[in-house]
Unconditional design. Structure first.
Length: 335
């Protein structure tokens, strides 16, 4: 077992924005990092996912709405900060809090031990017992890859948006961007300057202007339960030369088949198909008993940063604090 894991009152799994928000709330209630609680993270190089986002990516929210409650983001509050600035910002928060994450430690399971309040956390570094565990592994932890992608063979590359960095990655030729959400729309627009682009979308989402995206996504307007795209409108994409196509339903050889039965043979594909949340290591009773405040059906197990367990905006920098405070209060007031 890695030194520093045992005999801690709480273990926070994930050193991203959710984990740091929980750490800040625990510290505010008198708990000491590395002594009363510890933060672990699966990243072996100590880098958060913000460092791997595409180069031109900017947040949907303005800077004034893109920070944890404990530390404002520097710069023009009306600007939309780039992903690289958020990566640096979270490093600064970590240092200011005095949190020293144990990097390279992945949580793989958790179970209740006996009839008491002890939980056993299974990690890649061994087993550890504690009274409180916070899953802060995020709502965008694992790329969501369509099943049909495994049957598609293109001349050049197939990338998920998590792997995309810039148009230079994509060889010249026809590019299919799959996914009509905000990421897909932004990537299609960027790639259209250097490549012929087709954007495959499901029934088109309503559009929301980027400048008015709210601080907390729970207030975001929705249509039929779906969050609108933000940024380039679909009609603006067509003016940029992007071809709109129906959703991809299957693939055979070098061709994709669209929902209307038509086919297309791309040279490269960018999958802007979203992510799975990072709660796959939690036991079934966690989701069965989840509430809207970060609590779960297993006493002592909490979740921060995943909207299904908290408020709709829990996956945003500004929105994660509510559940973090509730969780920290429960831990501080508990055994």
């Amino acid at each position: 077992m890695r030194a520093g894991l045992s005999h801690r009152r709480a273990i926070v799994v994930g050193a991203g924005q959710a984990g740091l928000a929980v750490a800040a709330s625990l510290i505010a209630r008198g708990m000491r990092p590395q002594q009363d609680f510890v933060v672990i993270d699966a990243s072996r190089d100590g880098l958060r996912s913000w460092t791997s986002r595409w180069h031109s990516m900017r947040l949907l929210t303005q800077a004034r709405h893109s920070a944890l409650a404990t530390r404002p983001l520097r710069g023009d509050p009306r600007e939309h900060p780039p992903a690289s600035q958020i990566a640096d910002y979270l490093d600064q928060v970590e240092q200011a809090l005095g949190v020293k994450p144990l990097w390279g430690v992945r949580a793989v399971g958790v179970e209740k031990r006996g009839d008491g309040s002890v939980l056993q956390l299974h990690t890649t570094e061994g087993e550890v017992q504690t009274r409180n565990i916070v899953c802060a592994t995020g709502a965008s932890s694992r790329p969501r890859i369509p099943t049909w992608a495994q049957y598609l063979h293109v001349p050049d590359v197939i990338l998920h948006s998590s792997q995309y960095q810039s148009p230079r990655q994509i060889p010249s030729g026809k590019v299919l961007v799959v996914g009509g959400g905000t990421s897909g729309v932004q990537l299609a627009g960027e790639l259209s300057a250097t490549h012929p682009v087709t954007l495959a979308v499901r029934p088109r989402l309503p559009h929301g202007p980027l400048c008015v995206f709210p601080a907390n996504a729970r207030y975001a307007p929705r249509a039929a339960g779906r969050r609108p795209t933000l940024g380039n409108r679909y009609r603006e994409l067509t003016a940029m030369g992007v071809t709109l196509a129906p959703a991809v339903v299957s693939a055979v050889g070098g061709e994709v088949i669209f929902a209307d039965g038509s086919t297309f043979a791309p040279d490269s594909v960018v999958l802007a198909t979203g992510y799975h949340s990072g709660d796959e290591w939690l036991p079934p009773e966690a989701s069965r008993g989840r509430t809207r405040s970060g609590m779960t059906g297993l006493a002592g197990l909490f979740v921060a940063g995943i909207p299904a367990y908290a408020n709709r905006g829990a996956d945003t920098l500004a929105g994660v604090g509510s559940a973090a405070n509730t969780i920290a209060r429960a831990i501080a007031d508990g055994p």
